[in-house]
Design a protein around this ligand. Structure first.
Ligand SMILES: [Zn+2]
Ligand SMILES: [Zn+2]
Length: 283
């Protein structure tokens, strides 16, 4: 009998900008950007998008790393998307390999010098030469397909200070668009992103702000949950994950946002750390 593997998305970090903790952040969690998308742990058929503080728990959840290859695709290099790397357990295990994938436009010299900077004195006590895993760096052109066997990714540049890329991950029957961090132009939909996200099963989008606070945050590089709804509807995505929450957003505020968003688009939800999204076969 052939076992049909259900594609999944596991949210390991849904916060933006800064990890947070405390009584106001229990339900949605406080780890920064990190998601796992794929088929199964056993088959090794999954990819990690972004390496925020959520990567720490993801790494600790991997029971046996020996002989495994892990693929981490980075949207860009702001600290909230990288800070989990020095805490990713497989990097300290001989016999496994960690592959970093980045886009040439965002990192013309590749990711290795950026990783070295992240862990350089005086910012970090140990340097990347302590890693025992094999570390590989892959630089891709913005328009190329990244082929990881059962998982295939395409990318799309999105406006953000210093550059960033969205990923569209195809695995099994599921297509997931990961689009953070990005700032929109009020009144103008990002048509490139709409085309890129067309009919995806799930879209994760930068929902740092509310439309009402956006004008005070212009130039910070982020977008709003209302813009996420407009994009999701224009692209006819099936489900929308409100993602990259502002560090000061409380659980109560995020509940409110979810209620308002679902009045406009029923299949939207505020993503929470440790949440598992399984594509509903009815969708
Ligand atoms: Zn960010
Ligand atoms: Zn950023």
């Amino acid at each position: 009998m052939v076992t049909v593997q259900q594609p999944i998305v596991k949210f390991w970090g849904t916060r933006g900008s800064l990890p947070v903790s405390g009584a106001a952040h229990v339900k949605y969690g406080g780890n920064t950007s990190c998601v796992e998308i794929g088929l199964s742990r056993e088959s090794g058929q999954f990819v990690i998008i972004d390496a925020g503080s959520g990567l720490h728990a993801l790494g600790n959840s991997l029971e046996e790393s020996k002989g495994q290859d892990y693929h981490i695709c980075l949207s860009h290099f702001h600290l909230d998307h990288l800070i989990g790397i020095p805490f990713f357990a497989p990097l300290f295990q001989a016999g496994c390999a960690v592959h970093f994938h980045t886009i040439i436009e965002d990192a013309p010299d590749g990711f290795e010098p950026i990783l070295d900077k992240l862990m350089a004195t005086p910012f970090f006590p140990i340097q990347s030469d302590v890693f025992q895993a094999e570390v590989h760096f892959h630089s891709h052109a913005s328009t190329s397909q990244i082929d990881l066997g059962e998982i295939k990714l395409t990318t799309c540049p999105i406006p953000h200070p210093g550059g960033a890329h969205a990923y569209r991950v195809s695995t099994g029957d599921m297509d997931v668009v990961y689009a953070t961090d990005t700032e929109h132009e009020p009144g103008t939909l990002n048509t490139k992103l709409v085309d890129f996200s067309q009919a995806a099963d799930l879209m994760l989008y930068d929902c740092t702000y509310d439309d009402n606070e956006f004008m005070d945050k212009k130039g910070f590089g982020h977008s709003t949950w209302q813009e996420a709804l407009r994009l999701a509807q224009a692209a006819q995505v099936k489900n929308l994950a409100i993602y990259h929450h502002d560090p000061s957003r409380s659980d109560v505020q995020l509940d409110e946002i979810e209620k308002k968003a679902q009045l406009i688009f029923e299949n939207s939800f505020v993503a929470a750390d440790n949440q598992l999204f399984v594509l509903d076969s009815r969708n």
